[in-house]
Write a protein that binds this ligand. Sequence first.
Ligand code: HEC
Ligand SMILES: [Cu+2]
Length: 332
Amino acid sequence: MNRAWGLAGCLALGGCSGANSVLAPAGYQAHALLDVLKLTVFVGAAMYVLVLAFLTLGIVRRRVQESGDLPVVEPADAGLHRGLIAWSVLILCGLSLLITASFVLDRHLAAAQPSETLEVRVTAQQWWWRFVYRDPATGRWVETANELHLPVGRTVRVTLGSNDVIHSFWVPSLAGKMDVIPGRVNVLDLTPRRLGWFRGQCAEFCGVQHAHMAFDVKVESEADFRAWLANQARPAVSPSGVDAARGMRIVSTQCAACHTVRGTAAAGRAGPDLTHLGARRRMAAGTLALNRGNIEGWILQPQSIKPGTLMPATSLDSRGAEAVARYLEALK
Ligand code: HEC
Ligand SMILES: [Cu+2]
């Protein structure tokens, strides 16, 4: 039994680290938020201990009095009043401390950051994320989806818009949540400090596939980031091989209404940009690992993998789906 509890405890604590934990911050904003969280826990714990201490004291005193060792004395009204006032003041101080701390932190995080910031435009929609970067080389906007790349040590300004309902952008390891509201642009700054893969998640219920509206975040060195962005800015590579060429023809006819593959005839905007799909780690907003088999499965039956998704089932046979998967997988 004890072992079972021990194991359960270890499992529960396992949730405290990893790719999306507010307790293992990897960015400036998340660090600052964790400090306020610690303060809140500390103040709450101190209050709790005080309450229990007074309660114990009261019980013990009463017991001792009743056992006859001491005369039973009811507290005088004045004493009781003073005690209550002191207690209220204490509570007020604790709460004021917490309110001030969270207000000051909020102001500080919202304050404008130094001018040299990188901007990423994020659009949330049912149920995936559109990310648009400005290419410093050409000044043009470069679109990708479901995988956010950030250079370490720099402040990135994320501007958040929604195409349909309210969503919420949350990368627990990097910063607090920010709601994404149709008709508004909200702004959030991210200053990652640790390299690695992290996870972002929509944090506001937005429909049946809300749980499958995640994204990967990769924090990388400045050089790696530049190389990644330069690659994203390039048009798609041409297919090599007969199968892949057939895949490309299918995509530019049957998928072109919704998907863009830059450099081909496909220029739809309803779904994620597929120009560099093969370079991503996951697909369908964190739902599947990216590999040929999963691409094929997704194309054939998106509705059974993510019921309700706005990508309709296609009429391709398995040969066609395989050709498309070969083509898309090679779009690095
Ligand atoms: C009616 C519009 C529409 C059509 C037509 C369509 N898709 Fe999609 N597709 C979407 C939407 C919307 C998503 C995002 C789904 C989600 O994650 O919930 C998507 C997602 C995808 C993804 C995952 C992308 C990523 O970033 O993870 C792939 C791959 C894909 N579609 C391939 C195809 C192929 C191949 C075809 C043609 C055979 C096709 N789609 C036809 C709308 C469409
Ligand atoms: Cu959501």
